[in-house]
Every structure is written in structure tokens, then in C-alpha cells.
Ligand binder design. Structure first.
Ligand SMILES: [Zn+2]
Length: 475
């Protein structure tokens, strides 16, 4: 028999298998049609009546078809007589089949499969579950994935309602919470980083047709998020039903510190990666170091620039990790210092506003020397004014080298940290700042990590890690 004949034989076999499956699927469809017939009683239904009926029955059809395909593809498993114990490799004999129903996005799927038990190891196995990659519990990974995409956008209670209405799959908000916790557990910045080749693609897209390397901005900033102490977890003393009039704990606004790398494409911002957490300076510095060491930022392909306000700890990290990056003091942050001076020196007057405007223009033109000279010549009329003037002078003097705004503009560098401020908004505030919502630190950080993954385009990577962990715990 020649090779060509072998292939032909395989093809015929595959064709026959597929025809057999088709027959089974048709039977299944016919059964579903019986159910549909019983429900479509109205002789001249409106479109809405038809869609409602089909909608209500759709998961019976799609779940049923899935069940048939699974049973066909793994038909050897249902009659399996033996398997090896995963722990001691002893040969185990099949016991009576056990039926299990799992919930998926296309409906309930029932699976009947033999059970194997090793007495010495006290270990039971279902080889089919492993072959199908089933998650423990009733709801499966596709449901978890969809639920997490929803809860990273809306509060849990709302997610439960929307999920049920839009997908027809019932999943309680408590369960959504648990699944989210499992998926996000232990996520670090390294888990949500896009791979280097993807970042390179974004850089190449922005560089196309340009003479200069594009500017990659690193913005670092904090955003306040509402947190609650762990002590709030303690169960209520006294009667359960009576609601406490006031919470027994005090909420706290805490600083979610974060950084964002983004490319400038003219007026447009191209997101590269973000990491925001309720964390201290050391932890932020450590995360930034991990990004640097992961080697995902192609520093030679861009002109790196760091923009932030004057916080000393930020510059310390930046200097250590990216010594060649251009440093920019947020131009708009300077305005706050100047307004304080103007208010203390000129009071609430037109003169005050004019002075701020003129001074900002000087800064914009890169004349920080003139501004500093002007501040020195000001005759303070009060202690408050003297203090404001001294503060502003110290601030500008300390960051003098970071205020070369004229040169920076010519180089195409940004003057302000708008890019990080907007990621504070779309990553932190949008989901965490809801009326009445106070977050446990761990939950807020898990939510932030998932939202970073979403915007970094790495949610799939996070789900793969989750799947891997489920597999490891079930083994
Ligand atoms: Zn064993």
C-alpha cells in the first residue's frame, strides 16, 4: 500500500466519523425543534415573540450540540476500562460512570464518565475531565472569563444582573467575587506586561515615516482611592437583622501609586503599559525596576522621557533606573506654586492673575532664570507672602534642569503629565470610586491589576495563568 492510499484511507475514515456526528447533531436538533414547536403557538407571531421564544430556548440547543460533539470526540472515554493512578501509576479498574453537569457560555453540558479510585493513595480520578480541561466546580472557564471582563467595569451586584440578562447564564455576585479573587490572586506587574515584540510593534507604527525616534513618556503619579480597614471584615456583634446605623469602621482615602508608559503620536497618546496599586514608594520603585529588568522597553528605539511633579522619591527611582531619560517637571504643577505666590503677594486681584500668566509664559519660553530673578526681587509684604515666594523659588531652583520647556517643546517632549492623570482616571477612578464603595486593600489591588491587564492588552495572559494554576491544584 502506497503513502497516497494511506492518506486516502484516513480521509475516508475521517469523513465517515464526521458523517456519523452530523447524524447525531441532526437528531439533537430535531429534539430541540419539538420543544420549539410546543412553545410557538401563536400562528402569526411578532418578531419579538419569535426572538423571545428562540432566545429562551437557545442554550438548550447550543448546550445540547456541544454535549453531542464532546461525547463523539471522546467516545473512547465513556467505555474506558482502565487507567493509571496519577500518584503511584498502579492500574485502576473503571467504576460505575458518574454524570456531571457543567455550566458554560453556550449552556449546560452534561458529561457521563467512568470513575477510577486508588485505595492506597486515596485518590479518585476522572480521565475525561482532565482531557477536556474542566475547571473544578460547576461554572467553566469561559463563564469566569466573561464575568471578570464585566466586573472590571461595573460593581458586582450590577454585574450579576447584567450577566444574567445578557448571557442567560446565572452567576451570583458572590461567586463572581470569588472567581475574580482567584484570577487576580498574586498578580504582579510582570503578569500584566505586554511582551517586548508587541511594544516594538506599537513603536514601529508611531515611528513610520518619521525622522526622529518617537518620544516614550513615563508618567508617575498617585490617585486617591477609597479603602476600608481589614477590621471591617469582623462579623457584626448582636442581632444580625438589625443594620448598624453607622459603619463601625472608618473609610480612608489612600494613595494608589502608579506609572504609565505611553508613546506620543502628535496629539495622540498610544498606551504601552500601566501599573497602579495601593502601595508605598518602595513597592512602586520595585515594580518599576521589574519592568526595567524584564527588558520589555526597547530603550534604544525611543527617546525616553519622564514627566511628573516634584516628589523627590520619584526622581530618585527614575535616576537610578533610567539615567538617560529626559526629565520634565510637570508645567501645570508649577502653576500651583505661582498661584500661591500671587494670592499671598497681590491678593485676589487682576494683577495677581496677570503676574501668573506672564510668569507662566516666561517658563514656557524656557526663561526659568528670569523667573527666579523676579521672585528674588519681590518685596514680600507679609510673612505668608515671604513663605510662598521662598517655597516657589526653592521648588523651581531644585528642578531648574527639568524646566527647559522651550527646548523640550522643540524636541517634541510633553510639558505636562496629562497621560498619567488620565490613566489614574480610566484605571483607578472609573471602577474604584463609586458612591458608597469602600475597598479592602487587597481587593482594590486585585481590581487595579486586572484593569491594568485590560488596558495593557494582557487579560488573555492573565487567564492562561489562572488556567495553569487550576490545573496544578487539581493534579
Ligand atoms: Zn495510587
Amino acid at each position: 500500500m502506497g503513502a497516497a492510499e494511506v492518506i486516502a484511507f484516513e480521509e475516508v475514515r475521517a469523513r465517515k466519523q464526521w458523517d456519523a456526528l452530523r447524524g447525531q447533531l441532526h437528531t439533537r436538533f430535531d429534539q430541540w425543534l419539538d420543544g420549539l414547536e410546543a412553545q410557538l403557538q401563536e400562528p402569526t407571531p411578532t418578531l419579538a415573540q419569535v426572538t423571545e421564544t428562540v432566545w429562551n430556548l437557545r442554550q438548550e440547543l447550543t448546550g445540547g450540540l456541544t454535549e453531542t460533539i464532546v461525547a463523539h470526540a471522546h467516545r473512547g472515554e465513556s467505555t474506558r476500562q482502565q487507567t493509571r493512578c496519577p500518584q503511584c501509576a498502579r492500574c485502576l479498574q473503571a467504576r460505575a460512570p458518574v454524570s456531571r453537569t457543567v455550566e458554560t457560555m453556550v449552556g449546560a453540558v452534561q458529561i457521563a464518565r467512568p470513575y477510577f479510585y486508588c485505595r492506597p493513595c486515596r485518590c479518585g480520578v476522572y480521565p475525561l475531565d482532565a482531557a477536556l480541561g474542566l475547571a473544578p466546580g460547576r461554572t467553566q472557564l469561559d463563564v469566569h472569563k466573561a464575568a471578570v471582563k464585566l466586573v472590571t467595569e461595573v460593581p458586582y451586584d450590577e454585574a450579576q444582573t447584567l450577566f444574567g440578562t445578557l448571557t442567560g447564564v446565572g452567576l451570583g455576585s458572590e461567586r463572581m467575587h470569588t472567581v475574580t479573587n482567584h484570577i487576580a490572586e498574586g498578580l504582579t506587574v510582570l503578569d500584566v506586561l505586554p511582551p517586548r515584540h508587541e511594544i516594538e510593534q506599537r513603536i514601529a507604527a508611531v515611528s513610520a515615516g518619521r525622522y526622529r525616534r518617537p518620544v516614550l513618556v513615563l508618567g508617575i503619579d498617585g490617585a486617591y482611592v477609597p479603602t476600608r480597614p481589614d477590621s471591617a471584615r469582623k462579623p457584626c456583634a448582636g442581632q444580625r437583622r438589625k443594620r448598624a446605623r453607622r459603619a463601625r469602621w472608618r473609610g480612608q482615602w489612600r494613595d494608589a501609586k502608579g506609572f504609565r508608559f505611553y508613546l506620543l503620536d502628535g496629539e495622540r497618546i498610544v498606551h504601552v503599559l500601566s501599573w497602579h496599586q495601593v502601595q508605598n514608594e518602595e513597592q512602586l520603585g520595585e515594580a518599576l525596576k521589574q519592568v526595567k529588568e524584564a527588558g520589555v522597553i526597547p530603550e534604544a528605539q525611543v527617546r525616553l522621557c519622564v514627566v511628573c511633579d516634584g516628589a523627590e522619591w520619584i526622581w530618585k527611582h527614575v535616576q537610578a533606573l533610567f539615567p538617560h531619560a529626559r526629565q520634565v517637571l510637570d508645567y501645570y504643577h508649577c502653576a500651583q506654586y505661582l498661584h500661591r505666590v500671587a494670592k499671598a503677594h497681590y491678593g485676589a486681584s487682576v494683577q495677581a492673575l496677570e503676574w501668573v500668566e506672564a510668569t507662566m509664559t516666561r517658563l514656557y519660553l524656557g526663561k526659568v532664570g528670569l523667573v527666579l530673578g523676579g521672585l528674588q526681587r519681590m518685596q514680600a509684604q507679609s510673612e505668608e507672602a515671604a513663605k510662598a515666594i521662598a517655597n516657589c523659588g526653592d521648588y523651581l531652583n531644585e528642578h531648574r534642569g527639568r524646566t527647559t520647556y522651550r527646548k523640550l517643546r522643540r524636541g517634541g517632549y510633553p510639558l505636562g503629565s496629562g497621560g498619567i492623570e488620565s490613566s489614574n482616571k480610566f484605571i483607578c477612578h472609573v471602577r474604584l470610586k463609586r458612591s458608597g464603595a469602600w475597598w479592602y486593600e487587597i481587593n482594590s489591588n486585585q481590581m487595579l491589576a486586572l484593569r491594568c491587564a485590560k488596558y495593557n492588552g494582557t487579560l488573555d495572559q492573565v487567564f492562561m495563568r489562572y488556567q495553569q494554576r487550576l490545573r496544578e491544584t487539581s493534579e
